[in-house]
Design a protein around this ligand. Structure first.
Ligand code: FNR
Length: 386
């Protein structure tokens, strides 16, 4: 149970505080899956450096300001330009994550994106979210499966479809290999030993059950053994996406479509030609291509190329409200976070996502006061270009 919010804010005022707490409370394999990048993690560090380098200029003497973080995106009103990015294997890092994130999103009116490889189904999550749910599609090779997933998300009340483009092939993720993280989880004695040393995580697991890829399980023919599910995911959900495929998805979904993982201005322009509504700049939190640019390295060029024809969404490395403000100042319409919310849950349990959101939105409000901005959109005039 999360204690009194102001007491919590005194003790854990930053996402870094939540991260340190999360490290102590979850087993090592779960931690490694959550934080690791790929290669020597250059892209993870580059994301942070790019954000830290953005300077904002204060504007003063404006009297009391009625600062309001509320934002409209694709016709839906949100309380802040902050959303929950899709995370796979959620129940491994904090059992019950998908439910906790859905409730947090509904209570605070922010978008929550359910991954194809999350551990809870869209049918379970959609009804809890009061219109806040987005569905992330890892494009399946099997078109009948793709069409069915899209239909299920629509029927479960998801408003927006996010097509992840930046996993054309599984990344090497050396740290995850060494920690022997597998999808789905194989219960080895080594893992049991790690789990018993983390009783809060283990109790949560007993409450919610072992993580399973419940959304994709119905498509697996034959036995849903460990090897069966792992082989199915590897063989079915990658190396599929093409412009033709994306056009088909565009036709199939009658709401907003967002393409996630775009870093190239030409790709962004082509997404607009296909009729995509949102371009989600991301390097997958540094988990796919070690040498990838940070979204902030390319955002100015992409904003120029897209020229208002699609919304600009951004993630990768956001750890504070100041970071959210920095991304908005450089041209993002909306910012998403992955690990920040997971640090909240792993560090504090079910209510921890709300505390992570409080840190991010309080921080954003604070920067808006410091820079004399009443709406998030005004931050665009406060960036210092060097
Ligand atoms: C991810 N990400 C991700 N993206 C996606 O489209 N589908 C997925 O299933 C996952 N799974 C996933 C698991 C974990 C543990 C992490 C950390 C990330 C990428 C995610 O949506 C987002 O792009 C990054 O998390 C953003 O970087 P930060 O906020 O974690 O720094």
């Amino acid at each position: 149970m999360v204690q009194d919010m102001s007491d919590l804010m005194d003790r854990l005022p930053s996402i870094n505080d939540l991260e340190r707490r999360a490290f102590r409370r979850i087993p090592r394999f779960a931690w490694e899956y959550l934080v690791s990048g790929t290669g020597d993690e250059t892209a993870v560090h580059r994301n942070r450096e790019a954000l830290r380098a953005v300077k904002l200029r204060p504007r003063l003497l404006q009297g009391p300001l009625a600062v309001n973080t509320a934002t409209t995106l694709f016709g839906t009103d949100y309380s802040a330009p902050i959303g929950i990015a899709p995370i796979g294997l959620t129940g491994l890092m904090w059992p019950g994550t998908d439910l906790a994130l859905a409730l947090c999103a509904a209570r605070h009116r922010i978008p929550v994106t359910l991954s194809t490889v999350a551990t809870t189904t869209p049918e379970r999550i959609g009804p809890l979210t009061q219109g806040m749910a987005w569905f992330q599609l890892y494009p399946p090779r099997d078109l009948a499966m793709r069409n069915d997933l899209i239909k299920r998300a629509r029927n479960a009340g998801f408003s927006t479809l996010v097509v992840t483009a930046d996993v054309p092939h599984p990344s090497r993720r050396e740290r995850q290999r060494k920690a022997k993280i597998t999808v789905p989880t194989r219960i080895a004695p080594r893992l049991i030993l790690q789990a018993v040393r983390h009783p809060r995580w283990t109790f949560a697991l007993l409450r919610h059950g072992l993580p399973r890829l419940r959304t994709v399980e119905p498509y697996i023919k034959g036995r849903r053994s460990f090897a069966g599910v792992a082989g199915f995911v590897g063989a079915t959900l990658g190396g599929t996406l093409s412009w033709e495929y994306l056009s088909q998805v565009r036709e199939l979904w009658d709401g907003p479509v967002v393409v996630k993982g775009v870093l190239d201005p030409d790709d962004a322009g082509r997404c607009v030609d296909v009729g995509v509504d949102g371009i989600w700049l991301s390097n997958h939190g540094g988990r796919q291509l070690e040498a990838a640019e940070s979204p902030l390295d390319v955002i100015a060029e992409i904003v120029e190329r897209v020229d208002g024809c699609a919304k600009i969404i951004m993630d990768s490395g956001i750890r504070s409200g100041t970071d959210v403000a920095r991304a908005l100042a450089l041209g993002a319409d909306f910012v998403f976070c992955g690990r920040a919310f997971m640090f909240g849950l792993a560090g504090l349990g079910d209510g921890g996502a709300e505390h992570a959101l409080a840190i991010l939105s309080d921080g954003l409000r604070n920067v808006m006061h410091q820079t004399g901005c009443v709406t998030p959109g005004e931050l665009r005039q406060r960036v210092v270009l060097t």
